[in-house]
Design a protein. Structure first.
Length: 317
């Protein structure tokens, strides 16, 4: 069997923080942020943690499809901002929705996480599993240095995901997963103090660090080159790229010699939601009926970011 996306759902925390809000304590401006990133606002979770947002997504997927949670074989959550290292967010979600027959684990691949997780789920279905949930969820706001204007303005919180079911026709027809660990320091977050009773290491800040230039070049070179090879002569209706930066997406569209209309963007409303960015965009496109889950349209999902990791999926919806 093959996996088919049966339903999509998203959850954004209520609080909206605008560029002007950030300018109240950061030396930045709405003009700078919008012109350089395309971002106008972002949602920031307050009391809710990553597992709470992911559980909301799982609840929506179960409620909208009226499936029995006990019929779920797997729950996979892609996140770089888990509540804990143990238990996984996926296990927390599994408990919240009572899907006690499902195996559950997290995937850590930063902004490529959802693509890695969906490819992993497809492989489980090809291996015999029948139904599962794949979620990308982030609360990067708890990892940021909120006084570093170069990174604090870029990120937002949120979660979104899909319900995947076994069918006879292939839908996720091609996958490519890549990594370049030599550039692992280009985006770091959540470093755990490396100390125990026997060894003390100089304290390193756990705050997110980003080599913007390094990731920018990686996106325009490695990611774009892979995307060109991956797509080949396929005719693609929509490219759902990780929503990191408006100018990057425009440059990739040009390098692909494809019209910008094929590269929908919602980063202006959410900022960079890391592993949640692609499923949030997918759910919005389904909601506005630009995409329908009836097997006609061909889309490509492209995640790229910390690791460095990146990946492409070609899906006939
Ligand atoms: O000065 C400027 O114009 C700055 C230059 C640096 N910028 C960047 C650089 C890299 C990213 C980025 C981040 C991730 C992590 O999810 C993944 C993919 C990308 Cl391409 C986002 N913004 C912001 C505007």
């Amino acid at each position: 069997s093959f996996g088919k996306i049966i339903a999509t759902a998203r959850y954004l925390p209520e609080k909206i923080v605008t560029n002007d809000d950030l300018a109240e304590w950061l030396d930045t401006s709405d003009e700078w942020i919008q012109s350089r990133t395309g971002i106008k606002q972002r949602h920031i979770a307050e009391a809710e943690n990553t597992s709470d947002m992911c559980s909301q997504v799982a609840k929506k997927l179960v409620d909208h499809t009226t499936i029995d949670p006990l019929s779920l074989d797997f729950i996979i959550v892609a996140t770089m901002s888990p509540d804990y290292t143990s238990p996984s967010v996926a296990c927390q979600v599994q408990g919240q929705i009572g899907a006690t027959q499902a195996m559950a684990f997290d995937v850590t691949a930063a902004c490529a996480g959802f693509v890695y997780a969906l490819a992993t789920a497809e492989n489980f279905i090809r291996g015999g599993m029948r139904r599962g949930i794949v979620i990308g969820g982030e609360k990067t706001s708890k990892l940021l240095d909120w006084h570093d204007r170069s990174s604090a303005v870029l990120f937002g919180d949120g979660a979104a995901g899909v319900l995947l079911e076994a069918t006879e026709e292939p839908s996720i027809i091609k996958q490519m997963l890549r990594a370049d660990g030599k550039q692992s320091q280009a985006l770091t977050a959540g470093y755990h103090a490396n100390k125990n009773i026997f060894h003390e290491e100089a304290e390193t800040s756990p705050a997110l660090t980003m080599d913007g230039r390094g990731i920018w070049n990686f996106a325009l070179n490695d990611v774009t080159k892979s995307l060109k090879e991956f797509v080949g002569e396929e005719s693609v209706d929509y490219y759902l790229l990780h929503q990191a930066n408006k100018r990057i997406i425009e440059k990739i569209a040009r390098k692909m010699s494809e019209p910008l209309e094929k590269f929908p963007m919602n980063l202006m409303n959410y900022g960079n939601t890391s592993a949640a960015s692609i499923p949030i965009l997918l759910d919005e496109l389904v909601e506005t009926k630009q995409l329908s889950l009836n097997g006609k349209q061909k889309i490509v999902l492209t995640g790229y970011g910390g690791g460095l990791a990146w990946g492409n999926l070609l899906i006939q919806l």
